[in-house]
Design a protein around this ligand. Structure first.
Ligand code: CA
Ligand code: CA
Ligand code: CA
Ligand code: CA
Length: 411
């Protein structure tokens, strides 16, 4: 499953919704959406309760295995794009009346696409898609708001192996740029000029070492995206000055334990991205002070269950990123209270079929409700009302037999 949580979309939503009136609209955030091949549906998360809200079920076509979350029509809420076996891009645009599924364009079925990424490469506020062909050409499907316009944006050699390819705005000009590292360790940036990617060498990491958890993060909060990665336990930051990356050691995590769900999140809401990860059930945060990471124990989840779909989202719109995840059909949140996580049950998702796939994003709900959302889909027959006896997202606070172990909090 390809899951793509859009960090920059969330950031831009926050910026857009700064007026008081608009804050009401922020309630249309934080959904968990489940997708299957024959339709979808969702509930919303509301204060202490997670309630299901049954909407129309829409055919979502053949996903071809991958779905991409982004705000493709630029209305401030996330949509879902998928590409079928016929090469056609289908966008499920989320809006106040539900999802509208339309064809937005087509990519060749013979090009051998890889590294398909979501971002706003031309800075117009609408998310676009980029992908690279087998021969190394980068193409962008630029959103017009209702369809994609395809054009060639650049080329990266197909003779070298590229690692950790991402879209990120490394120069803070509002256009998402391409970043990627060759196997020999050179960081290349395809800097977007709004029409194409201009290739430049920005930095160098050792090609001899193993790099784990390489991610995009603006660790010093200057608006320029940086890159973080861990090698031999040391967290290295490739810090952008707008023209190149400077390598700095920011901290370390033990490399003798296993780390799960390592993610970038601004858990304390100070505008600087932090890193979190779970080891032996404990959530540790590498908290950025703008110059280095400070390791802090923030919470604990049970080690007795299998956690899936663990995703960063600011579920309560307080500016502090939270963590959501599920164990079976039970959804939980580790909610940031500025300096630690508080575990919370979001309820159960009872009627999504075994093949249902879940997405977390800022999908629209109708009507907008306070601190919204969670959504699901069934792939095994008619949808049931999740508020009925089947349980559904009944948001009970009964944590007694949940997978969450609340005992591990410090402080
Ligand atoms: Ca765009
Ligand atoms: Ca840029
Ligand atoms: Ca930065
Ligand atoms: Ca932070």
């Amino acid at each position: 499953m390809h899951l793509f949580a859009r960090r920059s979309t969330r950031r831009s939503n926050r910026l857009q919704f700064e007026t008081l009136d608009a804050r009401c609209m922020m309630t249309a955030d934080h959904q968990i959406l489940a997708v299957s091949d024959d339709g979808w549906d969702w509930g919303h998360y509301e204060a202490e309760h997670a309630e299901h809200e049954e909407w129309e079920s829409h055919s979502s076509g053949n996903h071809g295995g991958s779905v991409y979350v982004g705000d493709f029509n630029g209305d401030g809420t996330d949509d879902v794009a998928s590409r079928g076996d016929d090469g056609i891009w289908n966008v499920q645009a989320s809006g106040p009346t539900g999802y509208k599924s339309t064809s937005w364009g087509k990519w060749s079925t013979a090009a051998g696409w890889s590294e398909i990424k979501v971002g706003d490469v031309n800075g117009d506020g609408r998310d676009d898609l980029v992908g690279r062909t087998r021969s190394g050409s980068w193409w962008a499907a630029e959103s017009t708001g209702s369809q994609f316009t395809n054009s060639a944006w650049g080329n990266w050699s197909s003779r070298v192996t590229w690692d950790d390819v991402n879209l990120a705005d490394v120069d803070n000009d509002g256009d998402d740029d391409l970043v990627g590292r060759t196997r020999s360790g050179t960081w290349w940036v395809g800097e977007s000029d709004g029409d194409r990617f201009v290739n430049q060498v920005w930095g160098q990491w050792s090609g001899q070492q193993i790099w784990d958890d390489v991610s995009i993060a603006d660790v010093n909060g200057d608006g320029r995206d940086d890159i973080v990665g861990r090698t031999g336990g040391t967290w290295v930051v490739a810090k952008s000055d707008g023209n190149h990356f400077a390598n700095e050691s920011w901290g370390s995590w033990s490399n003798r334990v296993r780390w799960d769900d390592v993610s970038v999140a601004d858990v304390d809401g100070d505008g600087r991205d932090d890193i979190l990860g779970r080891s032996n059930g404990r959530w540790w945060v590498a908290n950025s002070d703008g110059q280095r990471f400070h390791n802090e124990l923030w919470g604990q989840w049970s080690t007795q269950v299998n956690w899936e779909d663990v995703t960063i989202v600011d579920i309560d719109d307080d500016g502090h990123d939270d963590v959501v995840g599920r164990s079976g059909n039970q959804w939980y949140a580790a909610r940031s209270s500025t300096d630690r996580f508080v575990n919370q049950s979001l309820g159960a998702w009872v009627n999504a079929g075994p093949n249902a796939r879940f997405l977390v994003g800022n999908f629209a709900t109708n009507p907008p409700t306070a601190a919204s959302i969670a959504a699901a889909v069934s792939d095994d027959g008619p949808l049931h009302d999740l508020n009925d006896d089947h349980g559904g997202l009944n948001g009970t606070s009964d944590d007694s037999h949940t997978g969450v172990d609340d005992s591990g909090h410090h402080g």
